[in-house]
Design a protein around this ligand. Structure first.
Ligand SMILES: [Zn+2]
Length: 252
């Protein structure tokens, strides 16, 4: 680390749990963020400001005026630009040393597989089940930790799925089976309370930084749920489903 970096990251380095060693791990890490909307915005800003060395941001959507109520990486001047590119500019304005790769095609199929394989850790900041399941499959296949977040109306949830952590650690599909037809509830039709995506996205960013630095206990195998109206958090322990169609023993 050079003098500029020692100064920039001094408040992390002062934390015994992070220190120079942890900060070096962040600088040497490559994180994939899928979705640069409400959750992806705080994730991108915190990972960028904290000095994650290489961030790949995948989002095929463009910034729209209706996004600005909550998607804090974007601004009025960047309406109609790709969200991934807008988020790249937001990071560059804070921390130009971070290498940011933008992907403006839909992250699916071979592209998704390649992106996940190339990253140390993946953050799912998307808003639909089909994409979530595709990301989960790629993470299980390549044994990458997945920090998953969701937010709608006043409620949100966060969990870490890392099947390489232990034999009991579940994947996303153990908890939300692919066969279950879950009703899609998306911000476009249901509404979302602006700071909720900030709370959930910031929690995802915290878990990602903890996992990279090896700090504390990650949310692996735990689903953290927030009821925003009462501001009550609750937690559910998650177990691997041995019959899971993605990570179950018959499918590995
Ligand atoms: Zn599973």
């Amino acid at each position: 680390m050079n003098d500029d970096q020692l100064l920039r990251y001094s408040r992390h380095i002062l934390l015994d749990e992070v220190g120079i060693e942890g900060q070096e791990k962040l600088l040497n890490s490559h994180v994939l963020i899928i979705g640069a909307g409400g959750l992806g915005s705080p994730v991108a800003l915190y990972l960028g400001s904290a000095g994650v060395g290489h961030i790949t941001i995948a989002d095929h959507d463009r910034v729209d005026t209706t996004n600005l109520q909550r998607q804090i990486a974007h601004n009025l001047a960047r309406v109609n630009e790709f969200k991934a590119e807008s988020a790249r500019q937001a990071i560059a304005a804070i921390n130009p040393d971070v290498k940011v790769t933008t992907v403006t095609e839909r992250a699916e199929g071979e592209l998704l597989d390649r992106l996940v394989q190339g990253a140390d850790l993946v953050l799912d900041c998307t808003d639909n089940f089909a994409t979530r399941h595709a990301i989960n499959r790629a993470c299980v296949k390549h044994r990458k930790p997945l920090v998953s977040g969701a937010a709608i109306r006043f409620d949100g949830q966060v969990a870490v799925f890392d099947t390489s952590a232990s034999e009991q650690a579940p994947c996303y599909a153990c908890v939300f089976p692919e066969s279950e037809l879950l009703e899609e509830t998306r911000c476009a039709t249901m509404g979302v309370f602006a700071p909720l995506v900030g709370i959930i996205g910031s929690t995802q960013a915290a878990e990602a930084l903890k996992l990279i630095c090896g700090v504390g206990q990650p949310l692996t195998g735990r689903l953290l749920m927030l009821e925003g109206k009462s501001m009550e958090w609750s937690e559910m322990k998650l177990m691997r489903n041995t019959a899971c169609t993605v990570c179950g023993s018959a499918h590995r």
